[in-house]
Design a protein around this ligand. Structure first.
Ligand code: FES
Ligand code: FES
Length: 398
């Protein structure tokens, strides 16, 4: 096993693993965010021997003699400067990408104290931000560079909290330095890991689910299917038409519909156990687009009269009179464009039984009330509490 240093401290991981997993799971360095696990987003960026590196890419065995720095290992002065610059520029929103951006900033400024905009853009080119549009992050890098060069932190623009003041976010420091906690950053001693077995088909009938082999794997605590749901198995925002787990005999409605939940002692066992859940399907022709659904060859939901989920008619004022008096009338079908979400934060939650015997959930969503209501419905008990931890850019998917 390799010896290397992390923030100046010598370490020797007991097993070969991705650097990000070692930094997060064993050293509990929460600034190293797991945005995609696949080297795409840059949220896990650290500095290795002066160069930025996505920590989810290298294995620890390849790091013999190297020096790794995370946001936790910045000097006090660097922490002060980057926090001020990012907060003052308004570069911090959900904050999930920010520690990675900060490490890119440090790697750049350590080599080039006075970068131009093109050089800054180049330094940040491998890092996604879902929230800010990058302009303010670039301003933050310019401001950090100026402070580092002059040694002077300017006065903050806003000195009061009057309406319209450009104040610094109160949570900027914890987001810049990565100490703030998103649900993925919570660890409980002895906690178990849950993961969903998802449908391999966009539309199919589940004929049978065999969980025996998965249950028998050492380290697996439980495998749950629809038959184990104590409360409602159908939930949903517009209609209660989404299965918590698709039962035997029923249809999956999209690629990824949940069929079973596996709970295991660690993530490796979890991944192995999920593969041992055997689901037999009868594949059916998928309905792949709104156009196909409108054509109505088959209904997405069995027994439904059509594929219209919801029909809303919005009218304001006297449209007929306005149109009758208009010089030009254009009548067309308008659609909003498809938008890539650029998923960053993992969709996850941490749940435990609290001191009062209630189910307590740390979630990463924007409506803890809805999550609480749905958890209570599914569990068949009102004794559920939900608290939002920090939420990484919540624009739909995660
Ligand atoms: S690049 Fe490593 S988590 Fe996305
Ligand atoms: S602030 Fe960059 S992803 Fe939210």
């Amino acid at each position: 096993m390799a010896d290397f240093t992390v923030n100046g401290v010598r370490v020797s991981p007991a097993k070969n693993q991705k650097l990000m997993r070692f930094l997060r799971d064993e050293l509990r360095l929460t600034s190293v965010k797991d945005g995609c696990s696949q080297g795409a987003c840059g949220a896990c960026t650290v500095i290795i021997d002066g160069q930025t590196c996505k920590a989810c890419v290298p294995y620890t065995d390849t790091l013999e003699g190297r020096s790794v720095i995370t946001a936790e290992g910045l000097t006090d002065r660097e922490k002060e400067v980057y926090t001020f610059a990012y907060a003052e520029a308004g570069a911090v929103q959900c904050g999930f990408c920010i520690p990675g951006m900060v490490m890119c900033t440090k790697a750049l400024l350590d080599k080039n104290p006075d970068p131009n905009e093109q050089e800054i853009r180049r330094a940040l080119r491998n890092n996604y931000c879902r929230c800010t549009g990058y302009v303010k992050i670039i301003e933050a890098v310019k401001l950090a560079a100026q402070i580092m060069r002059t040694g002077v932190i300017p006065e903050a623009q806003a000195k009061d909290w009057k309406l319209g003041s450009r104040v610094q976010r109160l949570d900027a420091a914890e987001k810049v330095l990565g100490t703030g906690k998103y649900p993925d950053d919570y660890y409980l001693e002895g906690m178990l890991y849950g993961g969903i077995v998802r449908s391999r088909y966009a539309r199919a009938r589940v004929l049978s689910i065999d969980t025996e082999k998965a249950k028998a794997l050492p380290g697996v605590a439980a495998v749950y299917t629809a038959a184990d749901v104590p409360g409602e198995n159908l939930i949903g925002h517009l209609r209660h038409d989404q299965y918590v787990f698709v039962p035997e005999g029923q249809l999956v409605h999209y690629l990824g519909d949940a069929v079973a939940l596996v709970v295991a002692a660690d993530e490796e066992t979890l991944a192995r156990a999920k593969k041992l859940v055997k689901v037999e399907y009868e594949p059916l022709p998928p309905i792949r687009s709104i156009e196909e659904a409108r054509a109505g060859a088959a209904t997405v939901f069995e027994g439904a009269k059509d594929n219209i989920c919801s029909h809303e008619h919005i009218s304001r004022g006297d449209a007929d009179t306005a149109i009758a008096g208009a010089k030009h009338v254009i009548s067309r079908h308008f659609e909003t464009p498809w938008t890539e979400h650029a998923f960053l934060e993992p969709e996850c939650a941490l749940a435990f039984v609290d001191g009062e015997g209630d189910v307590f959930v740390y979630s990463t969503d924007q409506s803890s009330h809805q999550t609480r209501e749905e958890c209570a419905m599914v569990l068949g008990t009102d004794r559920v509490k939900v608290e939002n931890a920090l939420v990484g850019g919540g624009f739909g998917g995660k």
